[in-house]
Design a binder for this molecule. Sequence first.
Ligand SMILES: Nc1ncnc2c1ncn2[C@@H]1O[C@H](COP(=O)(O)OP(=O)(O)O)[C@@H](O)[C@H]1O
Ligand SMILES: [Mg+2]
Length: 412
Amino acid sequence: MTKLKLNRLKSVSIEDITDQAEKATAMMGQIRSAMLAPTARKSAPAFNLSQLSALCGAERGSILHRLTKGGLPPGNLNPSGSRREFTLAESREWIREYRKEQRRPQGAEAVTISVGNFKGGVTKTTTAVTLAQGLSLRGHRVLMIDVDPQGSATTLFGILPDTEVEEDQTVLPLAMGTESSIRYAIRPTYWDGIDIVAAAPLLFGAEFALPSRQSRDAEFQFWSVLDLAIDDVRSEYDVIIIDTPPALSYMTIAAFMAADGIIMPLPPNPLDFASAAQFWTLFSDVAANLKAQRGYDKHFSFMHVLLARVDSSDSASNVVRQWIGQTYAEKVLPVEIPKTAVASSSSAEFGTVYDVAKYDGNARTFKRARDAYDTFVEYVEGSIREVWDTQVEERANAAPVKPVSAVIEGVA
Ligand SMILES: Nc1ncnc2c1ncn2[C@@H]1O[C@H](COP(=O)(O)OP(=O)(O)O)[C@@H](O)[C@H]1O
Ligand SMILES: [Mg+2]
């Protein structure tokens, strides 16, 4: 029998750790430039005619007919003229035309969704980013806000948190009180229809800035910094998605309090189930405290639990699925995201299932994963539409304020 033997233990100094950190950062830089060459930026997928018609929810023939009428981007024919291809931006123009009825109605504004769970590795970031991409492929305009100092969502958008994110591209100035509208931090991404507010390790500073402001100023409400900051841009987006860190941090609370809806991805395994239970306890403690002590009352329009990374061959997961159903009842979305190599292998390339233009592996595996995400996005779009409808109704019911001139004319 061979004996496994470790090298002799070597003590690790702080300098060694610094050295290690530099090596890891340099490696990330290399991986990125190798992978994203030649542009050193991610590029969005393009779509052929059948893919475009599926996205538009129309027959191929209808798209072909519409093409002859002009007014929408014709895409690009390949040299032999046999295949037409549409960029993401072109496709979104088509989608917005074909899905006019499903777009945000007049009088409604961006619906804010926070993806959260105090545990790491439960697919929060994957869920947040695929949701953003999926909604944009349904014609919506999305603002993604990354408030996790680890910046995983930022990385998925091809931006390296350690070297490519400055403080003023993150929410940190909001926490410090040097900015009040989030507008300064917004930048476009490689994905048409999604803008991002990035995150980087320097965001840890918010965890000092927020409590320190709170203790200096009794009027300050740390939980409302994000909510107030997005007011300025609510009319410019259809959906705002916030990816949160795996901790009950001050910023996480601010992210939840800014949200109309919460999505909690939950893989059906016993440990994740247990930590989700802790999540609700901690969250309810915080919220109940804010209500009792500060009179802050919060209503969410929806809370969805998403069965994530489900491995149906794992018998333990069937048991936990039942626990989840009993515990969260109607909050559980009627869709399961399967555990799939598609998600993990494509995220090895810093992407998601929507980034894959053509899958090299098993087509059925890919379709199963893609269909599950599509269904998830469709359910969430349904919730978003309900919130929009309520906004429009509330606006219509609000007592109309008559301009003074009308009142005077009425009297005369
Ligand atoms: N459906 C899936 N099947 C298999 N692996 C997945 C799936 N979704 C995400 N993953 C992988 O799980 C890991 C954790 O996901 P991530 O979104 O970073 O979680 P979190 O944000 O909660 O920490 C990542 O390596 C990701 O690629
Ligand atoms: Mg994450």
